[in-house]
Structures are given as structure tokens and as C-alpha cells.
Design a protein around this ligand. Structure first.
Ligand SMILES: [Zn+2]
Length: 514
């Protein structure tokens, strides 16, 4: 995650990535209000002041905070995430919630408390001894002196006391579903049991569970209270705030879904506090700013590490901001706030099935209206014309049936002149990972422009006799406009090869029309 890179680059990264964008352009900015989900247009009557800064600045633990203040007085809500680095949904959700328009009060967000842990994907604070490496045991404990341990938790705790929130929500994840396996805290709402908090928790639970059809995966209520030494408990005990821990489940559920569940729970709380001016679908800043806003699809039909690789590549790219989306986000109209959507590897047919007809039409409409589409392997089957389930947004067909299954391995590709102009001026043969990607053949469909090859295969893989000799010199990457938007279809997997990540970074900028 680029915003979370090493210390010497972080400060500049923050500026370049637009973290401090609102502060840089002045005090008052108008932020967008969601209203009806697909219409995320600017609403001038919601005025807020946004400032931001760094906690533990200049250290390896440095992390940004954001303070969004409405013109209208109201409660102060603190939302935190990333306390445990292996629980990315809390970080992603908090980092989206900071873009929410505010009706009243103050919204304070610290999305990434354990930056080195989030980078490494570890629960612990990296490098700390075991006795102090769990950030959520390092806040002052019940009945003990008002002392926090470790550099980052001390900085966070000082900040919380200064801000004196009325409400606090810390976003976490667990390994399993509490409702089915009480050994895990995953998928639960944790709080100290009072009539007010219980009533509130039930409303939050009702909203989020309305989006969860499997009863064994529903969010449970846990009145045991937040953990001793944790952020929420210390804040409740020492500042008089009221608060929750929200927990999702990271096993067997895509990151987009867990992030969405966190957004829904925080949004319901903000509605009860009369603070929410938009809806829970808002993930990106309004106005959109200089970064290309990219949605990486990670829902049904995806497989392997495609979505994770793409997210890591774009997290490290200061010109892009990456978010995860799944079928429920797309059905709710979330794509309208993005510049580009990427469909990674897996099964194109299964991705189409998960999207359903409504989602397929939403993706088509998004591109037609000026959005960018990048399909990789399965995503390039999905954009093709020749299936009854496919999008038909670029004028290619594929080889259907078992002959599309060539197996996997390394093949070489070569960028065309146009490919070198659009994706990067890299001559010669490039080794790339390939696995059952589509052969991108001209389809000649009326009404669709002819595609431009950006790269050709220069070697091949085959597992059936009939396939031999038919792959070399076929297009590996193709591009074309669709309506006001742009489509990039990539048969192999440049996201799986570090030396070829430039193809993803440049492809995103091109698809966004930059
Ligand atoms: Zn946690």
C-alpha cells in the first residue's frame, strides 16, 4: 500500500496521493452527498472543513488522521481501523468512510493505526517483543495508570484524549463467524451492555444482517464489552465516550464484502447520530481529485491472487487510489464514483454469474458513460462478444469450448508500437505468466469499433494437438473505445510478474482517459 510506504517517502506520498488535498486548497470544501446511490453528485448545502495530519510523524509508525468538521454542531465520532495489520477490511472501510459527507458534528478517522503491520499483513506490531506487540492491549487498562505502551499506541492515545470523542468505533476482523463458532470474535458487534447501547446495536445488526443471507454468517451481538487494554475500552473509560468494536470475518469472504459490512455498520450508527449526509456506498473523494479511482472486482468468479496483486500494485502507485468492489456494490450503483474497474482472473462465466444481468448492465453502462474497463484473463473473456453471458464491450471473440484451455506457464509477448506508446516504451520479448487466457480474435460485430492490438504472443502453450502453432502471433493485449469509455483486454497475467507491473499502472491511466 503506497500510502503506507517507508518513512522517507511517506510525507511526499501523502501529498502526492491527495491525502492532504483538502487542507492544501483551503479551509472549506464542499463534499458530495450520496442521496440516491448512483447519483454521487456534489451537494452544495453540505459544507465541511477537512484537515489532516500525521500521528507519530517522522517515525516508522507514522500514520495519517483526518478530521472532518460540519458547519452544524453535533457529536464527535472517532472511527479507527488497521489496529491489527492482518485485518484489512477495517483499514479499507475507514479509509473510505473519511470521504463521507457529514450532516453535523465531527468525524475523525485514523484508518491505519498499525501501518507496518498492514504492509506486512501481520496482526502484531512488527519488531515489538511479544509482551507489547498487540496494539489492542497497549492502551491503558481498567483501574491502572493512564499509560499506553509502544510508540504508535502512545501517539494514538494522546490524540484520542485531545480530541475527546463522544463516540468511538474500532473496526476489526476475526477468522471465523462467532454465530457458528464462539471461539472466534469474527462477525460480531461488541459493546458494554446498557439499554441505549443494546438498542443501537440491534439497529446496526439489523441493517448489516439484511445484506447477509447465510444465517451462519450473520453478525452477532456480544455484550461482554470491548477487550481490556484495547482502544475502545480505554476511550470509554477515560474520556466518557460510548463505543463499539465491529468485527467482520476474513476467512471465506472477499475483502469487498467485509469492507462493505463495516461501512454499513458505521453508516447505521452515523444515521442514528444524525451525522450521515450520504449513503454507505461512498468510497471515493468528491471532488474526485487527481488520482485515478480504481475499483478492483473481487467477488464471485475470481480466483487466485489477481485481486490482491492488483491492489498491491495500485496501492503503491501515487497516481491511483484502489478500492475493492463486489456484486452488491455494483448493484447499488457504486461504479459511478470510479474512473476504472478491473476484472481479474478466475472464471469469466462465473464472474458474469455473480454479477447477474443487472450487474452486467451496470458495468456496460459504466463504460459507455466514460468509465475504463480492464479485463485480465477471465476479465478478458468477460469483455468479449461471443458468449450469452459476456459484456460484448470490445470487438473480439475467443475460442470457445475446451480448446481455450491451454494450461499455464511462462510465454513471451511483444508490445506493438501502439502498445509501447500506451503501456510503456519497452521493446523486445517480455516473459509473462499465462494460464488459460483467451485468444483475442477479431469478431467483426457491427456497431463495435475494431480493436487495436497492443501486444502479440511470441511463444505458446498448448495441451491439445489442435492447439499447436495457433497461439503465436495472436494478440495478447487489445484496446478499443466503447461509448465514451475505454476497454483494455489482457489475456496473460502481467500483474503476476513484477517486471511487468508497468502494464497495469499505465493501463489504468489509459483506461481512465489520462
Ligand atoms: Zn483485531
Amino acid at each position: 500500500m503506497g500510502r503506507l510506504r517507508g518513512k522517507e517517502s511517506t510525507h511526499k506520498t501523502l501529498d502526492r496521493r491527495g491525502f492532504l488535498w483538502a487542507a492544501a486548497i483551503g479551509a472549506a470544501v464542499a463534499m458530495g452527498a450520496g442521496g440516491g446511490a448512483p447519483d454521487l453528485a456534489l451537494r452544495a448545502d453540505v459544507r465541511v472543513n477537512q484537515t489532516s495530519g500525521l500521528l507519530a510523524g517522522g517515525t516508522e509508525w507514522e500514520t495519517p488522521y483526518y478530521i472532518i468538521t460540519s458547519d452544524v454542531p453535533g457529536p464527535t465520532l472517532l472511527v479507527t481501523g488497521g489496529v491489527h495489520g492482518d485485518e484489512p477490511a477495517g483499514f479499507r472501510a475507514a479509509d473510505e468512510i473519511r470521504h463521507w459527507p457529514l450532516k453535523r458534528g465531527r468525524l475523525i478517522v485514523v484508518p491505519a493505526i498499525n501501518v507496518p503491520g498492514l504492509k506486512a499483513g501481520t496482526r502484531a506490531l512488527p519488531g515489538e517483543p511479544e509482551s507489547t506487540n498487540n496494539a489492542n492491549r497497549n492502551f491503558p487498562k481498567t483501574g491502572e495508570p493512564n499509560q499506553a505502551s509502544t510508540r504508535i499506541v502512545q501517539a494514538v492515545w494522546k490524540f484520542i484524549q485531545e480530541q475527546a470523542p463522544d463516540w468511538v468505533v474500532d473496526l476489526h476482523e476475526g477468522s471465523d463467524f462467532y454465530i457458528a463458532n464462539p471461539k472466534s470474535v469474527g462477525s460480531s458487534i461488541v459493546f458494554f451492555d446498557t439499554p441505549e447501547m443494546n438498542a443501537l446495536a440491534q439497529k446496526i445488526q439489523k441493517d448489516v444482517n439484511a445484506t447477509i443471507t447465510d444465517p451462519k454468517r450473520q453478525i452477532a451481538i456480544r455484550t461482554v464489552g470491548p477487550i481490556n487494554g484495547g482502544l475502545v475500552r480505554a476511550t470509554i473509560e477515560r474520556t466518557g465516550a460510548k463505543g463499539f468494536c465491529f468485527e467482520t470475518t476474513y476467512n471465506q469472504q472477499p475483502l469487498s464484502l467485509r469492507t462493505r459490512q463495516h461501512r454499513i455498520m458505521v453508516h447505521r450508527l452515523m444515521r442514528e447520530l444524525d451525522m450521515a449526509a450520504g449513503d454507505a456506498e461512498v468510497m471515493t473523494p468528491r471532488p474526485r481529485g487527481s488520482q485515478v479511482q480504481v475499483a478492483v472486482y473481487d467477488g464471485g468468479g475470481t480466483g487466485g491472487k489477481g485481486a490482491d496483486n492488483l491492489t498491491a500494485i495500485l496501492d503503491a502507485d501515487p497516481r491511483a487510489a484502489v478500492h475493492r468492489v463486489g456484486p452488491p456494490d455494483i448493484a447499488a450503483g457504486a461504479l459511478a464514483q470510479f474512473d476504472v474497474v478491473i476484472f481479474p482472473g478466475g472464471s469469466g462465466k462465473a464472474e458474469a454469474g455473480a454479477l447477474d444481468k443487472e450487474g452486467i448492465e451496470a458495468v456496460r453502462t459504466f463504460v459507455r458513460n466514460g468509465g475504463g474497463y480492464i479485463g485480465i484473463c477471465a476479465g478478458a473473456f468477460l469483455s468479449s462478444t461471443n458468449y450469452d453471458w459476456s459484456l460484448g464491450i470490445i470487438n473480439n471473440k475467443t475460442i470457445p469450448g475446451k480448446l481455450h484451455e491451454r494450461g499455464g506457464g511462462t510465454v513471451s509477448i511483444e508490445l506493438t508500437d501502439e502498445g509501447r506508446r500506451i503501456l510503456g516504451d519497452t521493446p523486445g520479448l517480455l516473459d509473462v505468466f499465462y494460464r488459460n487466457g483467451p485468444m483475442l480474435l477479431p469478431a467483426g460485430v457491427a456497431g463495435l469499433p475494431t480493436f487495436t492490438p497492443l501486444a502479440f504472443f511470441r511463444s505458446e502453450i498448448s495441451q491439445y494437438e489442435e492447439q499447436k502453432g495457433t497461439m503465436i502471433n495472436l494478440p495478447a493485449i487489445i484496446a478499443a473505445p466503447y461509448g465514451k469509455g475505454r476497454v483494455l483486454a489482457i489475456s496473460p497475467h502481467p500483474e503476476a510478474v513484477p517486471a511487468l507491473h508497468f502494464i497495469i499502472r499505465r493501463g489504468v491511466q489509459w483506461a481512465a482517459g489520462r
